[in-house]
Design a protein around this ligand. Structure first.
Ligand code: ADP
Ligand code: ADP
Length: 223
């Protein structure tokens, strides 16, 4: 049962009169419940791949099917909807809203999806409990440690019950203790059956996944 099915995906950027081929025929299949790391050096195409998998951009050619739906040629409005409903994003910079409490931050994706207020609140509390932050509901990001902020971000990623959690260098801004914390949380989510795709340049982080995929010069070179 595949969550991600990419076939011969290419992505070309126009750069003045030149063309940069950021992805050169990427095929990738990720089954439900897998925990996969994509590793590669700077400039290898990781961000481009992440943007396509995350429905933030579309391939120049090739085919991409996410959770049974073909993404390749959808309009931007539809992409935004898929992104909000099917994917939970975790970023290196946490991307929390500084003026909002942890609870409100976690409620946001549900607000975008039109979920009623009471249910939003219940689900956000549940999600924060799952990441061990029941005692921090009314704290703002600035009152939390980096590791706690990233756990809020993970709670926000989980709250829509997404088909895929897409994490881009999630430990890149954390010290080793907080990194270990967040990686342990991913281990737990994986054990609970979540599908996780983690993008990293750190081999040590990639080792936590059950499968690693190496990208180099826009091509997957090994699994
Ligand atoms: P990584 O995330 O692994 O560092 P990227 O996906 O950002 O790799 O970049 C892959 C290649 O595509 C690089 O050669 C980069 O310079 C080029 N690239 C990325 N984004 C753009 C863009 N918007 N315009 C032109 N070239 C780009
Ligand atoms: P839109 O502005 O197209 O409506 P949203 O702001 O609703 O998109 O974003 C939908 C999801 O995509 C959110 O989870 C958001 O964090 C993520 N997202 C938006 N922009 C980016 C980006 N540049 N890179 C990575 N993720 C993004």
């Amino acid at each position: 049962n595949a969550i991600i099915e990419m076939t011969d995906v290419r992505k070309t950027y126009a750069s003045g009169s030149l063309e940069v081929e950021a992805l050169r025929g990427v095929s990738l299949r990720i089954a439900q419940g897998e925990y996969v790391a994509v590793v590669g050096p700077s400039g290898s195409g990781k961000s481009t791949l992440m943007h396509i998998i995350g429905c933030l951009d579309v391939p120049t050619s090739g085919d991409y099917v996410l959770a049974g739906g073909r993404v390749t040629e959808l309009a931007e409005t539809h992409l935004a909807e898929i992104r909000n409903r099917r994917i939970g994003f975790v970023f290196q910079q946490f991307n929390l809203l500084a003026s909002m409490t942890a609870l409100r931050n976690v409620e946001l994706p549900l607000a975008y999806a039109g979920v009623p207020v009471a249910e939003r609140r219940r689900r956000a509390e549940e999600s924060l409990a799952r990441v061990g932050l029941s005692d921090r509901l009314t704290h703002r990001p600035g009152e939390l440690s980096g590791g706690q902020q990233q756990r809020v971000a993970v709670a926000r990623a989980l709250v829509t019950d997404p088909a895929l959690i897409l994490a881009d260098e999630p430990t890149g801004n954390l010290d080793s203790t907080a990194s270990a914390d967040v990686l342990a949380l991913f281990d737990e989510l994986h054990a609970m059956g979540r599908t996780i795709l983690l993008i990293t340049h750190e081999a040590e982080v990639a080792r936590r996944a059950t499968r690693s995929v190496l990208i180099r010069d826009g091509q997957l070179v090994a699994s």
